[in-house]
Design a protein. Structure first.
Length: 129
């Protein structure tokens, strides 16, 4: 049992090797959100950061975005995808055709990105405690 657990932990740490500090994550998200805001004229009101147990990010009705700090374990490209996905929700609340149309402008490979996030979700769960 212990052996399996240790092996699983080792391989997880290898995959999640790209580990940023909270400040590095904030800086990275700040720069990217500004870039996207300018490019697509999408303006979030406020950005919040906290550890979340059910999602990577969320967008409120009044255009506030909350970012899960567990994202710091993910590669930059995947973080950017989460941010762009959430910013798109300012324009379109639902995951409908219009929504994915906007997402695919910046991420034509959004299906792969969504799948990656699903995998990373399980990998980062042990970082919660
Ligand atoms: Zn969404």
């Amino acid at each position: 049992m212990t052996f399996i657990n240790n092996t699983a932990k080792k391989s997880t740490n290898k995959i999640l090797g790209d580990n940023k500090t909270d400040n590095e994550l904030k800086e990275l998200t700040d720069v990217y959100i500004k870039k996207i805001s300018k490019k697509y004229k999408i303006y979030p009101k406020k950005i919040y950061y906290r550890k979340m147990k059910t999602k990577w990010a969320s967008c409120s009705n009044n255009k506030n975005i909350t970012i899960n700090t567990l994202l710091r374990y993910l590669p930059e490209k995947n973080i950017q995808y989460v941010l762009y996905h959430e910013l798109t929700h300012i324009k379109e609340k639902k995951h409908n055709k219009r929504f994915w149309g906007i997402v695919s402008k910046e991420f034509p490979n959004y299906k792969k990105m969504e799948n990656d996030l699903f995998t990373y979700w399980f990998l980062t769960q042990q970082k919660l405690d």
